[in-house]
Design a protein around this ligand. Structure first.
Ligand code: SF4
Length: 347
């Protein structure tokens, strides 16, 4: 696909599309060779950008020098995926669900990504052997009712690869719900060709869980992609990450969530940022997030309001906000985890 082939990956690529400040050029050059998440953006994504340093589209994909600053609150594996690894490429944190990391590739590298340290080393799509191994593992565990196909972004792969993977999963688990986690509706909406939509449709029951962070992402192309999925009988949900300086504003989130519902998408989660290294400058304080969510509850209908949640640092599981906050100690909130344990998150 030309959007992927023509992706912007370097200071030189970017300079062909926009003027670079000396600071941005220096940051991009410093990033190269560090092993940190490199620059990547589709021309389409950049076409949605306005101008200025605070632009919500650019701020999500352009690195900041603050990524290099030490972050004492960061944890190396924010969701504890290594701890919950059940088989190669499979993570099982809950009895009824398993997550399959099918690819390390994405159309746009989001600077807030909690897998940002893993992606640079995980480029390829899952091999046929690893697909078969994952399918065999899932076949032996009928209590797993939902299979999350994630990445990276699994829909950046070719139709053939996606079809082969879903076919293997469906053969192993004829009744399991397949949950496709993808940012393509906002970063690469032209990916939803009739061929891909037919593949997804043919493996129902299946949900597409998209990722939208700002109403600017709801372009006519994104609207068309979402409409194609909905018209094919594929329910679409959306998750959003609360991001400082990008969407930490009730007006912005009200516009985003009501806009998604108008386009047939169910807002599912509003996530408090994970404690991934290099993302502190994008993390909205939880105390501010609670204020924003409280305001959203007065403005949005039940259909428009996603659940506010955070993954307990280190792999404690999903915690709902504010209901799972059980106290505060100093500058940290104490959280009740799904297993009844305790975790903490900076205030
Ligand atoms: S698309 Fe998802 S996995 Fe890829 S960089 Fe963005 S947040 Fe991370």
């Amino acid at each position: 696909m030309s959007q992927l082939r023509d992706s912007v990956r370097s200071a030189e690529d970017l300079a062909l599309r926009m003027p670079l400040s000396p600071e941005l050029r220096e940051t991009l050059e410093r990033l190269e060779g560090t092993g940190l998440l490199p620059l990547r953006a589709t021309p389409y994504w950049l076409s949605r950008a306005g101008s200025g340093p605070g632009d919500p589209i650019l701020a999500q994909c352009l690195p900041s020098p603050r990524e290099f600053e030490p972050d004492p609150r960061a944890v190396p594996d924010p969701l504890g995926e290594a701890r919950h690894r059940a088989a190669p490429s499979l993570v099982r944190q809950y009895r009824s669900r398993a997550l399959l990391r099918a690819s390390g590739e994405c159309a746009v590298h989001c600077r807030h990504c909690f897998r940002r340290t893993l992606l640079p080393s995980e480029r390829g799509f899952l091999s046929r052997e690893d697909q078969a191994a994952a399918a065999a593992w899932l076949a032996e565990r009928p209590e797993i009712r939902e299979i999350l196909v994630s990445g990276g972004d699994p829909l950046v792969a070719s139709d053939d690869r996606i079809g082969n993977l879903l076919s293997a999963l469906r053969a192993a688990r004829p009744e399991a719900l397949l949950r496709i986690c993808t940012r393509c509706p906002s970063t690469l909406p032209m990916r939803f060709t009739p061929g891909l939509v037919e593949i997804l449709r043919s493996f129902r029951p299946l949900r597409v869980v998209a990722h939208f962070n700002h109403p600017r992402e709801l372009s006519p192309q994104a609207e068309e992609a979402l409409g194609t999925l909905v018209d094919a009988g594929i329910p679409v949900l959306s998750q959003t990450v609360l991001l400082a300086g990008i969407n930490d504003d009730p007006d912005v989130l009200e516009s985003l969530f009501s806009g998604l519902v108008r386009r047939g998408v169910q807002p599912y989660y509003l996530f408090q940022g994970d404690l991934a290294a290099g993302t502190a400058h994008l993390r909205c304080p939880l105390s501010r997030g609670l204020e924003i969510y409280s305001e959203l509850r007065t403005r949005l209908s039940g259909l428009e309001l996603p659940r506010y949640a955070v993954d307990a640092p280190g792999g404690g599981g999903k915690v709902f906000l504010p209901e799972d906050i059980v106290g505060r100690e100093g500058d940290r909130y104490i959280l009740r985890t799904p297993s009844g344990g305790r975790a903490s998150y900076p205030a």
